[in-house]
Design a protein. Sequence first.
Length: 246
Amino acid sequence: MMPAFVMRDDEDSSVDDLLYDDNWLGYHCLIQSYKDALVEYENFENELRLVGHQLDAYAHENGIHGLKRLRELAPNIRGMDYKVLEPMVNSLRDRGDDDLVQAALEAFRTAPLQYSPPSKIKDRASVKAAALQTLAAGSSGSEAETAGRMAVETAVKHEVTPKKDPWDLDLVPNLKVRRVVHPEDVLIQKLDGALKHFRRMEQSFYDLRDNGRKRLEARIQVLEGLLQDPHRRQDRQTPTVSRRRH
């Protein structure tokens, strides 16, 4: 049986003694939610601008633009023109972020990575050593011994791995690979950490800008449907009002 909203007017209570049950309070909250949603929808653009101004103020106060620019340059920071880097380093120093200053300077001062492709001499030596190994495997006696020794001597002398094709890869099974962390990797990690909170705020703002109005419209439609069908008790309980006399 549905609990009732009761107005008591007996001698033991005043006419203002209203007993609100959960159903009535729930319906009252529904009306208030609908009114709030309409006000929020009407003022959506103003609220969006306010949030944007707050986000800009936070970015200015925390030097976010400099951090983002430094994050863009970080992968290629080695040996770059210091005139480009100096304003960002000075800004970090002024803000007291010595940890990022040291990480940026260390990454900047590290010598650029260099890669020297194998020389033609090494290529020929690796092919020669591989041919001698093949000869040793297909021979016997002193011929196999001599070919095997020469293959080792050639590989050691030229510091190469015997290969039939210079483009073959040196794949060693079960080889433990040691990860090398470069100074710019450390800088990138620290910058990503410093920007993490702002990026979440920025993403929330973009979501509000792109989807906020649609979500409000959908919410208003749902609330309107509930208000227009107050007797659908299968979905929710609605208040029953009655007057009792003793």
